[in-house]
Design a protein around this ligand. Sequence first.
Ligand SMILES: Cc1cc2nc3c(=O)[nH]c(=O)nc-3n(C[C@H](O)[C@H](O)[C@H](O)COP(=O)(O)OP(=O)(O)OC[C@H]3O[C@@H](n4cnc5c(N)ncnc54)[C@H](O)[C@@H]3O)c2cc1C
Length: 306
Amino acid sequence: MAISSVYVICDNMEALAELCAGAKSVADKVTAVIFGDEAAAKSVCGADAVRYCPVGEGASPEDWTGAIADEIKKEASAAVFVNNSIRGRCIAGKLAARLDTAVMTNAADLCEEDGKLVCSRTVYGGTAHRKQAFSGAYGVFTFGGGAFEPAADAAAASDVAVMPGAPASSYKRVALHEKKEVGVNLAVAKRIVDVGRGLAKEEDLEMCRQLASVLGAEVGCSRPVAENNKWLPKTSYMGITGVQVKPDLILVLGVSGQVQHIGGINKSKVIVAVNKDKAAPIFKNADFGLVGDIYKVVPALIEKLS
Ligand SMILES: Cc1cc2nc3c(=O)[nH]c(=O)nc-3n(C[C@H](O)[C@H](O)[C@H](O)COP(=O)(O)OP(=O)(O)OC[C@H]3O[C@@H](n4cnc5c(N)ncnc54)[C@H](O)[C@@H]3O)c2cc1C
């Protein structure tokens, strides 16, 4: 393979298997970097080597960026795959600065062309895809959930060691306040109830939560429900600027289906849409569509499925 080395850096152990599988499909050697202890490192499957970065009380995974960059620079060339979380993007940016390269966020359709890693990225607000490759020796990519299939037969690495070097931080934590909102990990959810602006009032989220509960699903939403209405945390919205998901089933309720939202849900195995407007674009992307009022459909579904 033309790509000799890929570093996979992940702050989410559930996303790690996917990234390692993607890295393995294009590189000879895959090194996973995790934030945790030796026991966590030994549980990682699908990488040739694992380096773990212990994160002490009051410290942050980002503090390890300098040490990770020094390790990567020991290779003449390398690609770096980072999961597309808020922390992941922060680490990706810091690493790119230290490696004198750039970050391609939300990369997709990775392949190798003429010895270079080429990926596709959504641009112009989701209306076009641009193919890109790095011109230098190093390149940092971030990938959302579902970018790769985890390998079924991945084995644990035999080469497990602590990351050389030491963490260093330019800031000190003075306080930590717990947020009231409960975060969900939509990137790895198998079933999602996706709520859009078809929902008239915040209280009505309760019926969507009930439906999610009977389905064993997580609740996610379109961007305006999180960003404008603030009914759900920002980590709950899906789309090109939100989380990219790949559940077995997504039930899309009162979402029009704009391209920016579709870009986050179109890798779902089965998309079921409910919208009262039969011309809503969501129906073009749905496997099953029901023209109807969510205020009638959702209670009926809860009753049937309970
Ligand atoms: C650069 C950029 C990036 C963006 N990134 C994202 C992103 O990552 N994610 C994202 O979601 N959006 C994103 N957006 C916003 C996006 O363009 C849309 O505005 C947004 O997705 C619309 O959300 P919605 O479908 O919930 O609302 P609307 O478009 O208002 O649709 C509401 C739908 O509900 C239906 N409806 C109303 N009442 C009912 C009822 N009782 N029963 C059934 N159906 C009903 C309506 O028919 C309508 O189709 C982005 C926009 C820009 C410009």
